[in-house]
Structures are given as C-alpha cells and as structure tokens.
Write a protein that binds this ligand. Structure first.
Ligand SMILES: Nc1ncnc2c1ncn2[C@@H]1O[C@H](COP(=O)(O)OP(=O)(O)OP(=O)(O)O)[C@@H](O)[C@H]1O
Ligand SMILES: [Mg+2]
Length: 504
C-alpha cells in the first residue's frame, strides 16, 4: 500500500495504469480478460512479477505480515491442513464451493488489506471527530480489493461511531457508472443533505455550494463513496473538480472517498485543488502477490468442510495471476473454471463406467478398460492439470498454442528433449535424443518413427524455433539443443493425458 498526497513524488505505482476500470458496473462483475502480452513460464514469472521489486511500502506491509515472505512458510501450509476430500458428483457441494469462490460473496474477513483499510478508516474517523470535511482518493489495478475494502470500512466506521458516541455519518455510496448524467451525483448528495426537495431554480450543485458556505444546524457528517470515479471525467473536467471542491467550502460536512484505477487521476484532473492546498490523500492498492493470493484463497476456502483443490494447483494459479496482473477477480474466475474442468471429467468418467456396466463387464475388466484419469482416486479434487487448462483458457500464448498444435510425435520429441536436458546438459547429438524419444514411444506402446523421419521432424521443430539443430555431415551427429523453456513445454502438454506420466 502507498499513502501519499497528490503531487508527492511517486513511490509506488500499480503496474498497470488504467484510466477507466476495465470492469463493469457493480462489484459482482467478472473482469474482462486483461491478458498479459506474453505467457511466461512459471520460473520466469517469479522474477518478472509486478510484485518482485520490493519497495519501501511493500517492506512495511511485510513487516506486519512476516509469514508472507516465504511461500512455503508454515502459516500458508497450515491453511491447507487435511480435510476430507469433497465429492464433485454432489451438486450441493459444487454449489457451495462455487459460491465461496464467487466474486459476489463477500468474505467474512478481508485479509491482506489491513493497512489500506486502517488508513481509510482513520481518515474517516478523524474527519468525524474534528467535524471537518476532506477527500481521499483510492487507486489501484482492477481486482485489488478497493471496493471490497471500502465496503468493510463503511461497516467499521458505523460501529466505531456507535461505540464512541459520535453521530452516524449519512452515507451515499454510488457507483458512478450507474449515473445517467455525471452531474446527477450532486442531486444524490443534495438528497442526502436535505431529503425534502425544495422547489428552487438553482442547480443541485449550486444548492450544495450555498449550503456549505454558511453555518448550518445539521450536525451529521456525510460520507460520499464515489466508486468508478473516472466515469465522472467530462471534457471540461468540471464535474470531478466541483465534486472535490465541495470538501473545501468553509462549512462543508462532506467526506469524499473517490475510487478508480488510475494512479494519477487526482494529479491530472484536479490541479486547482492542488493550488488551493486541498489535495486529496491518496491510498494505492498494489497488485496482489502470489503469497497474498494464496492467503486470500485460503481464507475463502477455510469455511468449507472439505478439500477441493490440490495445494499445488492453487499455488500455480496464484503464481500465474500474480505475475500477470495480481487481479483477485481473475483468480476466482480461474479457480471456478478449474472446478468446471473437474466436473466435466467426472461426468465423462461416470458415463464411461455406465457404458461399461451396461456391457456387463466384470469389475476388473471395467477398471482395466477405463482410462487412468477416470480411476476414482484421481478424479476427486482439482489437480494441477485442471488448473493448467483453466489458466490457459484465460491466458493463451502463441508459444503454448504452437506446442499444443504440433503433431503428436513432434510433441513427444519436445517432451523427450525436456527430460533429456533436465538438470545439466545443454545440448546433445541427434542420435542420443532419438534414444530418449524411442524410450517414450516404447513405454507407451506406440510405434516410433525411423531415424530419418525423426531427423526431419527435428528440422521442422528447428524451423519453428523450438529446438536448435547444428550442422554435421552425418544426421545422427548433428547437435541439438532445446530453445524453449521447460516450463512452457510442461504447461502446454500437461493437459494432454498421454504426457501426464512423463512430465513429473
Ligand atoms: N483481500 C481480499 N479478500 C477476499 N476477497 C478479495 C480480496 N480482494 C479482492 N477480493 C475478491 O475480488 C473481487 C474483486 O475485488 P474488488 O471488487 O474490491 O476489486 P476492485 O479493486 O474494486 O476492482 P475494480 O478496479 O475493477 O473495481 C471481490 O469481489 C472479492 O471477491
Ligand atoms: Mg471496484
């Protein structure tokens, strides 16, 4: 989190600067694909994560949450303590799990946003205590918990006011995308100040300006939460400007909280506020890191009485999304999609065993004729391969696409190269690689291609930039090296049943 005043030198920048939230109207929306430009292998993702660079702010947050520093630290593992496995054939269980992972289900505790929530809450409290107007601007990338945290702050503030004997603030929460006209925001604020509309000829904005220019008998502060604030940006910037200016009137009782994605919105659109020394305080929500995503998932899944996901599957999802955008909405949608993959697989296995029993096979025959993946013990929780498929539905990369669309034997060559080069070797000769390829073919009982055909297939892979072939008078002696990341091959082939045993 970063807290600063507009105009201060920037210390933390959300990695994606977006003026307009890419999401839709309410907080139950699904985020549109904010696809990363290139799919990166898990290994590379770690170093290129937007959260990789440790800033002053991050350091501060980690100080409060030391367990987040190490992904395999005990607290994270604790969260996945064994529970009975669920039954994906049970419709009610599926419904419960999907609900727990739905964007519209507000979690009972919001983890990883403690600092941000506190800053906003303290700001509101001090305005109420001092009966002083003020403005605060919350910014950050989509799905980083801005709206969710603000919802929580409203509840905490109401509780605090009740317990401390302060008058409850009147609250107006408005999603600016729902306004027919941008200036409707003023009539809504006016409605909060004076529920009985007076028949006057001046505009709601002018009425508010008049009201806040003179002492009034009203004691309540008003809290205006304007979410998706960037929708108020008009050509002349007047609405946004006038809205923030309302907090600068001598008798204003307005606490204004604006929420949007752009970090520099306040700087760019509110220059006069700066000149008047009335700049809003800014709270930046940074993209979630892998550890934070895992903690949030843990919290959301904690209440379920069973284990739904393999831990590695959740970790893969967290790592990929943290590297791409740190968007929690995307994490939830990918996890739900991985459940769909498991559901489909379960349905498929049920129908296969139904057919088998209709054909009256003995139980032994039945198991033998059923493919490996359908065996009961494997089909029960969301595994890494379900997650991989769900991730690739969201983030496609040309490289992964290329590998997935290769003919089967070329995929086997890539798989055998990966195994061959795993560990120390950087390159080998074609004849040696051919042996590795033959091993896979033999163990899976498929006829291998001859050495000539093998060499031709390697040439095709070389042309596609997937391997690099050297020169030699004899084909068998040509040097061959792998040109793609092992993780990309694993990712691309993981969803293909044939390769499952060879990728471990
Ligand atoms: N800390 C968290 N704990 C639990 N769930 C979270 C957390 N942060 C985000 N989420 C989930 O992600 C969803 C998106 O969060 P939220 O709506 O607050 O994002 P936002 O920052 O307001 O995004 P946008 O800029 O697109 O409006 C929430 O509905 C919530 O379900
Ligand atoms: Mg929001």
């Amino acid at each position: 989190m970063a807290v600063r005043s507009v105009g201060e030198e920037e210390k933390s920048t959300p990695q994606k600067r977006k003026l307009r939230s890419s999401s839709n109207v309410s907080s139950v929306k699904q985020s549109p694909a904010a696809s990363p430009s290139k799919w990166k292998s898990p290994r590379r993702c770690i170093s290129t994560s937007p959260n990789a660079a440790t800033t002053e702010n991050e350091t501060r947050i980690h100080k409060h949450q030391p367990e987040l520093l190490n992904p395999v630290a005990k607290p994270l593992l604790d969260c996945f303590t064994p529970k009975p496995k669920w039954d994906p054939k049970d419709g009610e269980q599926i419904r419960m799990v999907k609900e727990a992972l739905h964007v519209s289900s507000a979690p009972s505790t919001i983890v990883c946003r403690e600092d941000e929530k506190n800053v906003i809450l303290e700001f509101c409290k001090s305005c109420i205590e001092q009966e002083k107007a003020g403005s605060l601007y919350i910014c950050g990338c989509p799905g980083t918990g801005k709206s969710l945290s603000m919802e929580k702050v409203k509840v905490l503030l109401a509780n605090w006011a009740r317990e401390s004997g302060f008058l409850q603030p009147n609250v107006l929460a408005v999603n600016c995308t729902s306004l027919a006209n941008t200036s409707d925001i003023f009539s809504k604020i006016l409605g909060l100040n004076q529920p009985q509309r007076k028949n006057v000829t001046i505009t709601p904005l002018q009425q508010l300006q008049n009201m806040y220019s003179q002492k009034s008998s009203s004691k309540n502060m008003i809290l205006v939460v304007a979410d998706e604030l960037d929708y108020l940006i008009t050509k002349d910037k007047a609405v946004l400007h006038n809205l923030f200016m309302l907090t600068t009137f001598p008798f204003s009782r307005c606490i204004l909280i604006g929420i949007a994605n752009a970090i520099d919105l306040a700087d760019r659109f509110l220059p006069r506020l700066k000149a008047l020394n009335c700049k809003p305080m800014v709270v930046t929500f940074r993209a979630y890191s892998t550890d934070q995503i895992l903690r949030i998932l843990q919290e959301r899944l904690r209440e379920l009485p069973y284990t739904v996901f393999q831990h590695q599957a959740l970790e893969l999802c967290a790592r990929k999304v943290a590297a791409a955008s740190g968007d929690m909405r995307k994490v939830l949608s990918i996890c739900r999609s991985a459940i769909d993959m498991l559901e489909a697989e379960t349905r498929e296995s049920t129908s296969i065993s139904d057919i088998a029993s209709e054909e009256e096979l003995s139980p032994e025959q039945n198991v033998a004729s059923t493919p490996d993946y359908t065996k009961k013990h494997e089909v029960d929780i969301v595994r890494i391969d379900h997650m991989t498929r769900a991730l690739s539905k969201t983030y496609r990369s040309p490289l992964v696409d290329t590998i997935q669309s290769l003919p089967h034997h070329q995929q086997i060559i890539l798989c055998s190269s990966m195994k061959h080069f795993r560990g120390v070797k950087k390159d080998t000769i074609l004849g040696e690689l051919y042996k590795s390829y033959m091993d896979i073919c033999k163990s899976s009982l498929i006829p291998p291609a001859g050495i000539l055909e093998f060499s031709n297939m390697c040439r095709v892979l070389n042309d596609q930039g997937l391997v690099k072939l050297g020169q030699s008078r004899e084909d068998k002696l040509r040097k061959v090296a792998l040109k793609v990341d092992e993780a990309d091959i694993t990712f691309a082939l993981q969803g293909i049943r044939f390769f499952r045993n060879y990728l471990q």
